[in-house]
Design a protein around this ligand. Sequence first.
Ligand code: BG6
Length: 537
Amino acid sequence: MSTTPNPQASDHPAATQAPSCKLSASPHDAPPSPAGKRPAPPCTLVIFGAGGDLTKRLLMPALYNLAVDGLLDGAMKIIGVNHGERETSEWREDLHKSLQQFAADKASTFHAGKLDDHAWNWVAQRLEYKAGEFETDDIFTKLKQELEQSPGSNVIFYLAVSSRFFKPIVEHLGKAGLLKEGEGGSGGFRRIVIEKPFGTDLASARDLNAHILSYAKESQVYRIDHFLGKDTVQSILAVRFANALFEPIWRREYIDSVQITAAETIGVEGRGKFYEQTGAFRDMVPNHLFQLLGMVAMEPPNSFDAEAVRDKKAEIFDAIQPLTPDDVVFGQYEKGPAGVGYREEPNVAPGSTTETYAAARVFVENWRWAGVPFYLRTGKRLAARRTEISVQLKPVPFLLFRDTPVDALTPNVLTLRIDPAHGTSFDFNVKTPGPVMQVGGVQSSFDYADFFAERANVGYETLLYDCMLGDATLFQRADSIETSWCAADDVLHPKSGGALPVHGYAAGSEGPAQADALLARDGHAWRPLQQHAVEKK
Ligand code: BG6
């Protein structure tokens, strides 16, 4: 989340001060790009998993978008490592084809239309393929020889591989001396980017952190949660802290409850094998949903400095009251209007008890949030695709309306829409037209597309760019990963023994009835997934 000075703010007193350290510390004198940012420092990006889906779907589109914006240095190199011999030209062609397909696909987040040939050629020229096994020395020796040819070079090792390769790759990099920086090292920076899943529970996450940190310093490790790459997620801090309307009421005295939803219409697609081992809870809750919770609940940091932001978020993860099985509902989709049941999906056991839906009631035990429930839900094959956060305010006294025909006031709700809609909406009450004092709920909405030129963006652009700049704000620190898993541990390994029951729900529905009961016992109800806007009367 690099901060760039606002060009319109030149008459502001702060404009005469030195710009933010991050920008002034950049070793580059390159002119600012059209986006107002500077190109990242030169570096070699080594992608382990060059033939995988992540590289095609997310990394290449993101690199292409950064090239379009002029945010990459001319000396950049991209080395793709994968098992299986092939020519660089073949890899390039394969990437080009898939980039063209995604660009043409209206349903893709990278729906750019026609590719800019100049930008693609710029990226293509810098691609180099190397065959190698992730668990043997050979490829690491080759990489070392190649990287030694450019002393002082900056290198990012991107682990776009299955999580079982995280440990061996880091170990080989460490043992080959490829992670040494500064004195005795290469002189340039050496960074490792690690995808999720980062462990499968507290014990495995601790073990993975300990392993990585025996070869690299924490400052070299960039743990990705791709939700943090979304502009709408980064905007949560802007909505909260840049608006006098919201900032003072963002606390237990005014907020009744918060709902965080990440609902999907897709099923497990081709990922049955992965999903059987993972389930909706591990896949989404202690990472993506907790990250959203962190952004909603954190105290204001003193600046956008990476550690300032991450310290405040870490306090929240630390304050999450450990979830108990009583606060969590699991579900699994069954045959319904949207298609077959989970157990009929490829690579899924016919008697599988893996959850494809998880809902949780979470409390953040600190001064600001004591007593405010945060309701989290996520699931596959639900009625609508919707990632959003709804903040419901406490009711006002009804006193004034008791002698009017008004029966009840609808609660004020601020909804932050993350995906696929980008924007906010606010539900509030007004007097309905006519001679009688009657009150009706209305909704005021803001859509990013109405105000800003939105470009096909896969969310990895900012993350890659920030990693090149050394800005770790949007990446997860070891301590936060561990406290998040810690809060979830009793759900994954219930002290009472048996696993949580998994309730059926029809594919294409709102989720299991037991999830409704979870909120009903507090007098609350989920925001319906299907009905969004307040209906016009
Ligand atoms: C991934 C999960 O991390 O996030 C997927 O593994 C899920 O199961 C995806 O579909 C959701 O991300 P997004 O950005 O599509 O909402």
